[in-house]
Write a protein that binds this ligand. Structure first.
Ligand SMILES: Nc1ncnc2c1ncn2[C@@H]1O[C@H](COP(=O)(O)OP(=O)(O)OP(=O)(O)O)[C@@H](O)[C@H]1O
Length: 973
C-alpha cells in the first residue's frame, strides 16, 4: 500500500489559479478577526459597556471550553503539517498556511484569555469573531478542496478536513449556546414578576427552604406560595457557583475575586483611620467613577478635559505652535532612525562578510552618525529643546489658571476643602501634561516603531519573523499586565505604609512641643520605628514581586528572541535565494534582527505599564478638573454697579440661611442698623452670630430675605466695592509669614510707611512693635505664630483701621486676652469704630453693654432686641445671660470648704469684667427684677459662704477700671 502521505500535499492548492486567492485568505482571516475583536472591544470599553453589563451569561463556561477546543483544532492542523513534513524529510513550504494557523491560535488565544478574564464579558466581540470565522472557514476549505489533486484523499488531507469540520461544528455550537444562554436569561428576567411570591417574604409558605441566589439554603428567603421554581435561576446560580469552584474558571474569576479582596481590604482599612492620602485617592477615584457614570462613556468623559486645552495648547502663540509641529517631525525622524540603525548593523556585518559591496569604513561612519542622531545628543536633545518652552507654557498657564480659579471660588468651597487638598489638586496640573507627554511622545511613537518592526521584519526575514514579533509582543503584554495588576494590592500596601511613616514623622516633628511636654519622646521614637519597619517589610515584598515579574517578562522576550534567532540562523544557513524575491538571507540579517529585538524591549516594557500610569495621571487630573468645574456660589452680577455708600444704613429683612440647604442656621432675622450705630449680637455658642457677619460681607448669600446697605441689596452691587467698604476684625486673625509692615499694609497696598505707623498707633501696637528686634521689619512667622494673642489682634485692628472701612465687623475681637491687653484693644477698637456702623459678636456681655442695640440670637432666631437697660428690664433671655455673667462664678467646692485657706488668701469671690461700682449697680438692677433676685440672692449667699464675706457688693469684687464699650459714644467706667 502506497504511503498516503506521499499522495500529495494536503495544504497547498495544486490548482495555480486558486493559489493567490487562498494565500490572501490565509492572511486575511486572522487579521480580520483580530481587527474586529480589538475594535469592538475598544468600543465596548469606550462606551462603558464593560462596566454596565449585568448579563451573567449562563453558558459562558461552555463557550470557553468550545473556544479552547477551536484553538486545539488549529494546533492539530499544525501538528499534522509538521508530521507530514517530517515524513517527507522536508521543510514545510506552505508559509501562508502555517502563518494562518499560528495567527489563528494567537488571535483566538487572546480571545480565550479575555473571556476567562471576565465573569460578565461584553459578548459581541466574541460572537462577531465566531461569525467571521464561520464565513472564512468554508471559503478557505472550499478553495483548498477545489485546488487539490483529484486523487484519493490522503490521511493528512482527511485529518485536516476533519479538524476543520469539527471546528466548524464547535463554532456553530458556541453561537447556539450563546443564543440559548441569552434566551434563558431574558426568559428569567421577563418571568421575574410571575415568580414573585404571592405572600409577603415573611409569610412562611409551606414550601421547603429554597436555594438562594448564592446557592446557600436560607430559610429566610424561601420561595413563597404561588411562586415557580426557576431552572434558569438555579442554573444561573449554579454557573456562578461553579465558576467560583471550578479550577478552570477560578482564575477567570480573578477580577471579581480581586474586587472581593479589595472589599475585604477596604473593610479592614475602615477599621483603622484612613490616611489623608488614601482619602484623597479614594475620593478622586469615586469622583472619576461618578463622572464616568454621568457621562455615559469614555469619549464624553474625556471631553470634559477639554477645559484644559487652552492652557495646554498655546492658543495665541504661533512660535510655540511651530515648535510643537517640529517636535512631531522629530518623532517621525526618530521612528525612521530606529529602523535604520539595525539595518545599518546588518549592512556592516554583510560588508565585513563580503556579502555586499559597501565599504565597511563608510558603513561604520553612517552607523555612528545614526547612533548620534538617535542619542541624547541628537534628536532627543532637539526635541527637548523644542518642547521645553511648550511644557513650561502649559505648566505655568495651568497653575495660574487653577490658582486664580481657586481664589475666586466662594466660602462654601474653601470651608469644605482642606487647604492641603486644594494645593495638591493645583499641583495635579502636572499630571495632565505628563499624561499627554506619555501618550504623544512615548505611546504613539512606540506603537509606530512596533508596527514598522512587524512590517520590516516580515519583508526582510519573511512572514514568520513578523509573526514571531507580534506573538511575542502580545504574550509579553498579556503576561506583564497580569503580573503588574497582581502586584496592585502589595503596591497599595507599600504606598499606604510609606504615607503612614511620613505622617508619623510629620506629627512628631510638628507636635514636638506636645511630645516633649508629655515626655513622650520614647513613645514617638517607637511609633516611628514601627512605621519604618512596616514600610520596609512592604517595600521588600513589592520589590521581590517586581524582580520576579521582570524575570518572567525577560524569559518571554528571550523565548521570542530565541525563536526569531533560530529562524534567522536557519535562513542564513540555508541561504538559497528566495524564489519570490530573489533575496538571500545573510548574516547581516541575523545581526539586524538581534539589534531590532534589543530596541523593542523598551517599548514593550513601557506599554505594559502605560495603563497604570495613565490611570494614575487621570485620577490626579480629575482632582484638578473637579476644582476647575466648581462654580462660585457667590457671584458678581454682570454689570453690577458699585455700592453707593451714603452713611451705612444696614437692613436685614426676613433673612433665612442654611449652609447646606438641610439645616436651617438663621430663621427670619430682621433688624435695622442706622448709620453710625453699634449693634451687638449675643447668644449661645453656635446660635448663628458669626454667620450674620459672614452674610453681611457676602461670604455666603442669604437663602431667603435680603440684606440692604443704604437701600441697595448687597447681591445687586459690585462684590468688590461692597467688601471695600467693610472692615473685619476676626476672632483669630491670620497674618502672612511676612514683616509686620507688610502685614498691616495688606489692607491698602499703596499705603505709605507713615500711614502704617498711624494705623498702628491708633491700634495701640506701635510702641510694642518698636521694641521688637527688627521693629516693623520683624517677620511674624507662619500665621503670625511669633506674636502673642493680644499683639495679633491689635495688628489685625491696625489693618482694619488702615483700610478705613465704612462698616466694621468685630467677631470676638477681644477674646482670650488679659485685662490689660483687652483694655488696649478696646482703645484701639474705639478709634476704629468711631462714627461707623459697627456689628459686634461678643460672649463677654460686659464688653457690649453700651452698644446702641443688642440682638439676642437663640437657635438662629432673633429672640430679643434692645439696649442693655431695656433688655434687663424685659427680664428675658439677655437678663438671664447677664445675671449669670455678673454673678459669682462658683468656686471649687473643695476650695470653698477650705474657708481658712480662702480667708488667708483673700480670694475674691465675684469675678467679672466690671468695676466694683458697676457690679454693685448692675446687681441692684437685677435684684429689682423679681425672677432674677432669687438667683442673685442665691449667688450672694454662695459667695458669702465661700468667701466668708457678708455681701456681694463688698470690695472682694474684682473690680477693673476699663472701657466697656466699642461704640462711638463710649463711656469710661
Ligand atoms: N462653613 C460652615 N458650614 C456648615 N456649617 C457651619 C459653617 N460655619 C458654621 N456652621 C454652623 O452654623 C452654626 C452657627 O455657626 P456660627 O459660627 O454662626 O455660630 P456663633 O453663634 O457665631 O458661635 P460662636 O459664638 O461659638 O462663634 C453652627 O451650628 C455651626 O456648626
Amino acid at each position: 500500500m502506497a504511503d498516503p502521505y506521499d499522495a500529495g500535499m494536503a495544504y497547498q492548492a495544486s490548482n495555480p489559479q486558486m493559489e493567490p486567492a487562498l494565500t490572501s485568505l490565509h492572511y486575511a482571516y486572522p487579521i480580520t478577526v483580530f481587527v474586529y475583536y480589538i475594535v469592538s472591544t475598544a468600543i465596548a470599553v469606550l462606551t462603558l459597556q464593560t462596566r454596565s453589563t449585568d448579563e451573567a451569561h449562563g453558558r459562558r463556561r461552555t463557550i470557553i471550553w468550545l473556544l479552547t477546543f477551536i484553538i486545539l483544532t488549529f494546533f492539530a492542523q499544525l501538528l499534522n503539517m509538521m508530521v507530514l513534513s517530517f515524513c517527507r524529510h522536508e521543510v514545510p513550504s506552505e508559509q501562508d498556511t502555517i502563518i494562518n494557523l499560528l495567527s489563528c491560535i494567537l488571535v483566538f488565544g487572546v480571545e480565550l484569555a479575555g473571556l476567562t478574564d471576565s465573569l460578565k464579558p461584553v459578548w459581541h466581540p466574541y460572537i462577531g469573531s465566531f461569525g467571521l470565522a464561520l464565513v472564512f472557514e468554508p471559503i478557505i476549505e472550499t478553495l483548498s478542496l477545489l485546488g487539490r489533486s483529484p486523487e484519493r484523499p490522503t490521511y493528512a488531507e482527511f485529518f485536516d478536513i476533519s479538524a476543520v469540520a469539527t471546528r466548524y461544528i464547535a463554532l456553530l455550537l458556541a453561537l447556539a449556546f450563546y443564543a440559548e444562554g441569552l434566551w434563558t436569561a431574558r426568559q428569567e428576567s421577563s418571568t421575574d414578576s410571575e415568580r414573585q411570591s404571592l405572600l409577603k417574604p415573611n409569610g412562611h409558605p409551606n414550601g421547603d427552604a429554597s436555594e438562594t441566589a448564592d446557592g446557600q439554603s436560607d430559610g429566610q428567603q424561601q420561595e413563597g406560595y404561588g411562586s415557580t421554581t426557576s431552572d434558569s435561576a438555579t442554573s444561573g446560580s449554579e454557573t456562578a457557583n461553579s465558576a467560583a469552584s471550578d479550577p478552570a474558571t477560578s482564575d477567570s474569576a480573578s477580577d471579581d475575586s480581586e474586587t472581593t479582596k479589595t472589599d475585604t481590604k477596604a473593610d479592614t482599612k475602615a477599621d483603622r483611620a484612613e490616611s489623608p492620602w488614601e482619602r484623597r485617592e479614594r475620593q478622586a477615584n469615586e469622583q472619576m467613577e461618578k463622572r464616568l457614570k454621568e457621562k455615559g462613556n469614555w469619549i464624553t468623559y474625556a471631553k470634559s478635559f477639554l477645559v484644559f486645552v487652552p492652557y495646554i495648547w498655546p492658543v495665541n502663540n504661533r512660535k510655540l505652535q511651530i515648535r510643537i509641529a517640529l517636535v512631531g517631525c522629530c518623532l517621525l525622524a526618530m521612528n525612521a532612525v530606529n529602523v535604520l540603525i539595525p539595518r545599518q548593523m546588518g549592512i556592516i556585518t554583510d560588508s565585513l562578510n563580503g556579502d555586499n559591496d559597501t565599504n565597511p569604513w563608510i558603513a561604520v561612519l553612517v552607523f555612528a552618525g545614526l547612533k548620534l542622531v538617535a542619542s541624547e545628543a541628537g534628536l532627543s536633545l532637539l526635541r527637548q529643546w523644542l518642547w521645553i518652552p511648550v511644557e513650561y507654557y502649559s505648566f505655568g498657564a495651568l497653575s495660574t489658571a487653577a490658582y486664580s480659579h481657586v481664589l475666586n471660588l466662594s466660602s462654601d468651597f474653601h470651608d469644605s476643602k482642606s487647604s492641603s487638598d486644594i494645593m495638591m489638586a493645583i499641583q495635579s496640573g502636572q499630571s495632565i501634561s505628563s499624561m499627554l507627554e506619555s501618550i504623544c511622545f512615548q505611546a504613539i511613537p512606540m506603537l509606530v516603531d512596533m508596527s514598522v518592526a512587524f512590517v520590516y521584519l516580515s519583508i526582510e526575514l519573511g512572514p514568520y519573523e513578523g509573526f514571531i514579533t507580534v506573538a511575542t509582543a502580545s504574550i509579553f503584554l498579556f503576561i506583564a499586565t497580569r503580573m503588574i495588576s497582581g502586584l496592585k494590592a502589595a503596591r497599595r500596601g507599600e504606598v499606604s505604609a510609606w504615607f503612614e511613616e511620613h505622617y508619623v514623622r510629620q506629627a512628631g516633628i510638628q507636635g514636638w512641643s506636645t511630645v516633649t511636654c508629655f515626655n513622650q519622646v520614647g513613645h514617638e521614637e517607637d511609633r516611628y520605628s514601627a512605621a519604618v519597619q512596616n514600610r520596609v517589610v512592604k517595600s521588600q515584598k513589592v520589590y521581590f514581586g517586581y524582580i520576579l515579574a521582570y524575570a518572567f517578562q525577560f524569559l518571554v522576550l528571550l523565548s521570542g528572541l530565541l525563536a526569531g534567532a533560530f529562524l534567522a540562523v536557519y535562513q542564513v544557513t540555508h541561504s538559497d535565494p528566495d524564489p519570490a524575491s530573489g533575496r538571500h538571507a545573510t548574516a547581516g540579517k541575523f545581526i539586524m534582527l538581534l539589534t531590532y529585538w534589543a530596541q523593542l524591549v523598551a517599548p514593550l516594557t513601557f506599554f505594559a505599564t502605560l495603563g497604570k500610569s495613565v490611570s494614575r495621571d487621570l485620577i490626579h487630573a480629575e482632582q484638578l478638573l473637579d476644582i476647575m468645574q466648581t462654580k462660585p456660589t457667590v457671584t458678581n452680577k454682570v454689570g453690577a454697579p458699585p455700592l453707593e455708600f451714603t452713611g451705612g444704613h444696614v437692613v436685614f429683612d426676613g433673612v433665612h440661611f442654611s449652609y447646606n440647604n438641610k439645616k436651617s442656621i438663621l430663621k427670619n432675622i430682621s433688624f435695622n442698623a442706622t448709620p453710625g450705630m453699634t449693634i451687638a449680637f449675643v447668644g449661645a455658642t453656635g446660635a448663628g452670630k458669626s454667620t450674620i457677619l459672614k452674610l453681611l460681607d457676602r461670604f455666603y448669600d442669604v437663602t431667603e430675605g435680603s440684606i440692604k446697605i443704604d437701600g441697595q441689596d448687597i447681591r445687586d452691587v459690585d462684590l468688590f466695592s461692597l467688601r471695600g467698604q467693610i472692615g473685619v476684625v476676626p476672632q483669630a486673625p491670620i497674618l502672612f509669614d511676612d514683616t509686620i509692615m507688610n502685614n498691616v499694609r495688606y489692607a491698602k497696598l499703596t499705603a505709605t510707611d507713615e500711614e502704617v505707623y498711624e494705623a498702628c498707633k491708633a491700634a495701640s501696637i506701635h510702641e510694642q512693635v518698636l521694641t521688637f528686634t527688627d521693629g516693623y521689619q520683624t517677620r511674624v512667622g507662619e500665621r503670625g505664630i511669633k506674636l502673642s494673642g493680644g499683639e495679633l489682634q491689635r495688628v489685625a485692628i491696625a489693618r482694619a483701621i488702615l483700610k478705613r472701612p465704612a462698616i466694621v465687623l468685630l467677631d470676638e475681637a477681644t477674646s482670650a486676652v488679659d485685662t490689660e491687653t483687652e483694655q488696649k484693644i478696646q482703645e484701639a477698637l474705639r478709634v476704629l469704630c468711631e462714627g461707623r456702623t459697627t456689628f459686634i459678636v461678643a460672649h463677654r456681655l460686659s464688653t457690649i453693654m453700651n452698644a446702641d442695640s443688642i440682638v439676642v440670637i437663640t437657635g438662629g432666631e432673633l429672640v430679643e432686641q434692645g439696649s442693655h437697660e431695656d433688655l434687663i428690664r424685659a427680664n428675658g433671655k439677655y437678663a438671664d445671660l447677664w445675671a449669670k455673667q455678673i454673678f459669682v462664678r462658683p468656686k471649687d467646692k473643695e476650695e470653698a470648704e477650705d474657708k481658712a485657706a480662702v480667708k488667708e488668701a483673700k480670694t475674691p469671690t465675684i469675678l467679672n469684667d466690671l468695676t466694683a461700682e458697676e457690679t454693685s449697680s448692675e446687681l441692684a438692677k437685677v435684684n429689682s427684677t423679681p425672677a432674677l433676685s432669687t438667683m442673685s440672692n442665691e449667688h450672694s449667699k454662695d459667695s458669702a459662704s465661700s468667701s466668708g464675706s457678708s455681701s456681694s457688693d463688698e470690695t472682694h469684687v474684682e473690680g477693673r477700671s476699663r472701657s466697656a464699650s466699642f461704640s462711638g459714644h463710649t463711656k469710661e467706667v
